[in-house]
Design a binder for this molecule. Structure first.
Ligand SMILES: CC(C)(COP(=O)(O)OP(=O)(O)OC[C@H]1O[C@@H](n2cnc3c(N)ncnc32)[C@H](O)[C@@H]1OP(=O)(O)O)[C@@H](O)C(=O)NCCC(=O)NCCS
Length: 173
């Protein structure tokens, strides 16, 4: 039984059946330029790595672009997830979501997308839109699981391979 919650040497810990057990903590925050090297390393090993540190740096200069990171352990600040989206008129447009390749299939992608849905509601957006390669099964399953629905296709949009772009949407109401 958990009996109390405290911080020891800056690490959150709980008493669990008489023993002090450290608690892994995850939180979302806005990305800053100092994150670029870590993000660059993460993206360099990512499957479907269409983004890199330069692309993220360019987003920092766009007024309506929001770049957020999921950090594991507020003290050590290990970046494990990335979310890039635009807030345009009454829509959020997801540009990119990625999980550190060392931490796939641990629920991080779902947390990032749930956070995005919450942000959409808080910002009074009507919907979130996105575009994804038709052969990106992991992303498609992730989006469908959150409740995104397919609203269109761009045939052969990814031209070197002739892969379709799937257009998806999630409505806040
Ligand atoms: C897509 C991505 C963000 C998913 O991140 P993740 O942290 O591994 O996802 P989660 O662990 O939260 O998984 C949530 C759900 O997504 C689906 N999913 C994730 N990876 C999957 C895979 N390899 N194959 C099939 N479904 C997958 C599953 O439905 C999963 O639920 P489950 O584990 O209960 O079965 C990750 O694979 C990634 O970073 N890919 C490279 C970047 C990319 O392609 N981004 C999308 C660009 S549009």
């Amino acid at each position: 039984m958990v009996s109390s919650n405290c911080a020891v040497s800056g690490v959150r810990a709980i008493f669990l059946e008489g023993e002090l057990v450290p608690v892994a903590s995850e939180s979302m925050r806005r990305a800053v330029p100092a994150d670029l090297p870590a993000l660059g390393r993460m993206l360099a090993t990512s499957l479907h790595a269409s983004w890199n540190a330069d692309a993220i740096a360019a987003e920092f200069k766009i007024e309506w672009s929001i770049v957020e990171v999921l950090v594991h352990d507020a003290e050590q600040e290990e970046i494990r997830g990335l979310l890039v989206y635009w807030h345009v008129a009454d829509e959020l447009q997801l540009l990119y979501v990625a999980t550190d390749p060392h931490h796939l299939r641990k629920g991080i992608g779902r947390k990032l997308m749930q956070h995005l849905c919450l942000r959409a509601k808080r910002l009074h957006a009507t919907c979130i839109t996105l575009e994804v390669r038709a052969d990106n099964d992991a992303a498609l399953q992730l989006y469908r699981g959150i409740g995104f629905v397919e609203v269109g296709r761009r045939r052969g949009y990814y031209q070197t391979e002739g892969i379709d772009a799937v257009l998806m949407e999630w409505r806040t109401t």
